[in-house]
Ligand binder design. Structure first.
Ligand code: FAD
Length: 290
């Protein structure tokens, strides 16, 4: 199918974009990499009156490390993040997750801002943002707002960003060198959206998880922290029994949805499998697996 008719505006600056968003509101859509937006237009799942292309706005691109925080511009493409030494060194969770984001052609165009703005429940970057205590910075003509990832993802493709706001950057505290992180995902083919997935960040000492964050994606309507599973592990000496207990506790944390990727029961099963693998891998990466 072909996309419905729309007006097209190539914005030259942030300010111009913000003014257009204020004027057009929900009638307009930002065009970033177009890797999700264009298919939805072609399938007539969305019919915005105007597309605002932000590809020429260079100050929305780039990755820097400032005072322990990695700042990633919204228009930074997946491929740049995958190849970034700053990300590899300071955000190993994201470096690992990026290997699962789509295929090369999509990664060459798709942007982290597009992924976080869209909030697909099976996407990797929203889960990483939540696991790593990221802050999402949005701007409107009224100024800038910084939203903690835990308050940003509201539901299925639903976020705290308002229609007149542009997502401008993602701020992520660097992972402390003593922490370990593990990213696992199950998809029908490598690069497809996840059926089930887990971003795990923690600190291990003498086989005890002193801190742990488990964020699941692909099964719920948004990235989800599993507090009961976390509580069942933190402070206890890790063993296969603690892993089993965490997997059991997950039943109380998750309420998977059935969709084209699989049934709710299968997704819960897969998330439990990933939980056990992630905890064991974290222990291994902490150098404490004997
Ligand atoms: C075959 C295929 C496989 C894929 N597999 C995966 C996968 O495994 N994992 C994954 O995470 N993604 C996957 N994707 C999606 C891909 O990662 C997209 O690049 C991403 O979801 C959206 O980024 P984009 O820059 O292309 O955004 P666009 O498609 O341009 O925009 C997406 C939405 O976000 C809005 N938007 C974009 N940028 C901003 C901004 N700065 N501020 C406000 N709103 C904004 C747009 O208006 C639109 O509603 C896949 C896509 C394809 C086609």
């Amino acid at each position: 199918m072909k996309a419905p008719k729309f007006h097209f505006i190539r914005a030259n600056s942030r300010q111009q974009t913000l003014e257009l968003l204020e004027e057009l509101g929900d009638e307009a859509r930002i065009l970033a990499g177009g890797q999700s937006l264009m298919p939805t237009l072609n399938m007539r799942l969305s019919q915005p009156g105007t597309l605002i292309d932000i590809n020429k706005i260079s100050d929305l691109c780039g990755i820097t490390l400032e005072e322990g925080v990695v700042r990633i511009g919204a228009m930074t493409r997946h491929v740049e993040i995958a190849n970034s030494p700053v990300v590899a060194e300071n955000l190993p969770l994201i470096a690992e997750a990026m290997q699962h984001v789509a295929h090369h052609a999509v990664r060459n165009r798709g942007t982290i801002g597009g992924s976080i703005a869209l909030a697909d429940p099976a996407a990797e970057m929203p889960a990483c943002a939540l696991a790593l205590w990221a802050t999402l910075a949005v701007e409107s003509i009224n100024g800038r707002r910084e939203i903690a990832a835990k308050d940003y993802f509201k539901g299925l493709y639903e976020t705290a960003r308002q229609p007149n706001e542009l997502l401008v950057e993602i701020l992520i505290p660097k992972e402390p060198p003593d922490d370990v992180s593990v990213f696992l995902e199950l998809a029908q083919r490598h690069g497809d959206f996840a059926m089930a997935g887990l971003a795990c960040v923690g600190r291990v000492s003498n086989k005890v998880f002193e801190q742990l964050r488990l964020v699941y994606f692909g099964s719920e309507d948004r990235p989800t922290i599993a507090n009961q599973a976390i509580d069942s592990v933190v402070g206890k000496v890790w063993s296969t029994e603690t892993s089993e207990a965490a997997a059991d506790a997950l039943t109380n944390d998750l309420d998977p949805m059935t969709n084209l990727q699989g049934s709710a029961a299968m997704k819960l099963h897969l998330q439990k499998v990933l939980t056990k693998r992630a905890l064991e891998t974290a222990i291994e990466r902490a150098g404490e697996f004997k």
